[in-house]
Design a protein around this ligand. Structure first.
Ligand code: ADP
Length: 267
């Protein structure tokens, strides 16, 4: 297969998208001296689906958390289009753990961001119910987290992250704890949601297969110190579905991406 499927490294958004977030020479050193991220330059394009791919400890989560404003860089800047840092658009964040309130049902969990913004209850209920339906949980509004499977809890978590209709959804290995079949299903549903809602998606994973399946663009990181080693586009059309997952093209793309990862992390 032609290697043009994985096109050349770039820190610019794929497909000519305008940049939503510009990360410039960002480093993060923790108080114990660990240099988790060093000199990262990255542009996230509006509407792009990007994976941050790399082994454990290469700074993926730290970078994601800095983009979300959950941690601050030791040096460098993270700028959002449309101005100052406080012009950061609404963003959604999905953690590896669904982090649901155990005492509240699915609807109330998804309503939380709306309630915190003082959206009137009736409207909040309607919007949360609509989002639950979008993630495939119509009929489970009154179920409590303990009554839901791991995959369903993650769906609630995604619905909660998307209920404010954010411009950007940041996901930190959201499906890592799920079995393979559930993970594939959630990958498919996530792609459909992204296609429909057109948010910018940044997805942290250490799975080559998952990153190739989902992304338009893969940013490879390496550890000690955490840094960006490669940045390439995955030139396969959407929609991507089971047919794509079992195609020769997908297998070739995974092989090429795996080669890029090995080259980048020097193993
Ligand atoms: P990844 O998400 O790629 O697994 P992380 O961003 O979680 O990597 O961590 C990058 C490095 O920073 C690791 O060596 C990790 O141990 C270290 N680290 C992460 N958080 C902290 C912290 N709060 N204090 C000290 N070191 C940390």
């Amino acid at each position: 297969m032609d290697t043009a499927y994985l096109s050349k490294p770039s820190t610019k958004p794929a497909g000519g998208a305008t940049s939503l977030v510009s990360v410039r020479r960002v480093s993060k050193q923790f108080a114990n001296g660990t240099l988790a991220v060093r000199d990262v330059d990255l542009d996230l394009g509006t509407g792009e689906f990007i994976s941050l791919l790399g082994p454990s400890g290469c700074g993926k989560s730290t970078l994601l958390r800095m983009i979300a404003g959950l941690a601050s860089p030791s040096s460098g800047t993270i700028e959002w289009r449309d101005g100052a840092p406080d012009a950061r658009p609404d963003l959604g964040f999905v953690f590896q753990d669904p982090t649901l309130m155990p005492w509240a049902n699915a609807l109330a969990n998804v309503m939380l961001p709306l309630t915190l913004k003082h959206v009137p209850k009736r409207e909040a209920q309607a919007r949360a119910a609509e989002m639950l339906a979008l993630v495939g949980l119509k009929g489970f509004e009154n179920s409590y987290p303990r009554e839901l499977s791991g995959g369903m809890k993650m769906r609630v978590s995604i619905a909660r992250a998307l209920v404010m209709r954010p411009k950007i959804l940041l996901m930190d290995e959201p499906f890592a704890a799920l079995d393979e079949i559930t993970r594939h299903r959630l990958n498919d549903d996530l792609l459909q949601l992204w296609w429909k809602e057109r948010f910018t998606a940044v997805f942290v994973t250490h799975s080559v297969f998952e990153s190739v399946y989902l992304s338009q663009r893969i940013v490879v990181m390496a550890a000690r110190p955490g840094r960006v080693m490669a940045d390439f586009s995955v030139d396969a059309p959407y929609p991507r579905d089971d047919l794509f997952r079992t195609s020769a093209d997908y297998a070739s793309l995974c092989r090429l991406a795996s080669g890029r990862l090995k080259e980048a992390i020097g193993s």
